[in-house]
Ligand binder design. Sequence first.
Ligand code: ATP
Ligand code: MG
Length: 374
Amino acid sequence: MYLKTLHLRQFRNYEAQDVAFDAPKTILVGNNAQGKSNLLEAVELLSTLKSHRVNRDRDLVLDNHAIAQITATLERDSGTLDLALTLRSQGRRTVAINGQSVKRHLDFLSILNVVQFSSLDLDLVRGSPAERRHWLDRLLIQLEPVYAYMLDQYNRVLRQRNALLKRGPMAGTTPEELAVWDAQLAVAGARVLRRRDRVIERLEPLARMWHQSISGSRETLNITYQPNIEPPSKQQQRWSRWPPEQVQQAFLTKISTRAIAERSQGLTLVGPHRDDVIFTINQTPARQYGSSGQQRTLVLALKLAELQLIESVIGEPPLLLLDDVLAELDPHRQNQLLQAISERFQTLITTTHLGAFDHQWLQQSQILMVEQGK
Ligand code: ATP
Ligand code: MG
């Protein structure tokens, strides 16, 4: 897929900006706080309807304005599409495809597929389990947009169940009332868990290959989805291989063992909202392992694996957004990245200085100077 144009109206620090992408690589160069990341964020929003930087739409609208608009022309194998997202400092956002308003936002997700790689992604290795869950969820939504709906459903059940637990037996929450939500949590939780495990299973061999190629070593990368429930048997650790009913039963079993703790804390302690993803290199957890350079290698391998996986599932190469990462990579890793993305993947890259790029990059690239939202 190829993003041909992008139009920003009162988005972040952009008053009005039209961009045409004329080369497979676009380098956005400029000083700090000029709007480079904001432009990538606009593309991310068109893809996932989420920004990894903020939750509130009002932060995305130019200060003292009511409405922001992001529109773009996208070329896919199936034809050309006009995408439009309108954000309001107060009120709901709206989306449209080819001028037609789209009621179910699910239908807008992943028409534009992107893989994002920023310096913040080191948190994937170093950060809390929540960072890894969000990463996995974002990837899953791209591969299978209906997952966004499953996740929503799970979170809804979770909120309801938490509210009941918080109210407690004194306020009349009966065990029967709670049991209804246990069952729903198990059903919705099993759906989320099995899909997350399945995507890890597909990503792992790709990431392992990239990791060996970038690090130039025989070290073995393993990625494991770690739920907080016990598998029905130790023989089969792959959650996606268990029928949904058995995974649901595993949830119910665990919930029953945590009942007292849940009541006293007024919180749901069992479920995919508390799961983690574990990266190990030669059996050693990567979080504790090695230098930040090694952790960066791991994240780079994950991102390249994501690109490959999305391409194979979608059948078209996704866009790559690189925010401030190139300067952090040594020449060997830069080169690996360059070769891996080749001509096939349209790439938008931000940087504060062009010195970080070699001749080959510059030759392939369109260079845009960014200054004060222009
Ligand atoms: P760096 O090199 O530091 O990463 P950058 O060019 O990527 O810089 P951005 O994050 O794209 O910078 O832009 C930040 C600028 O946008 C800041 O000056 C910030 O004040 C401004 N900004 C962010 N949100 C809004 C908004 N809603 N309205 C107006 N300006 C905004
Ligand atoms: Mg930035």
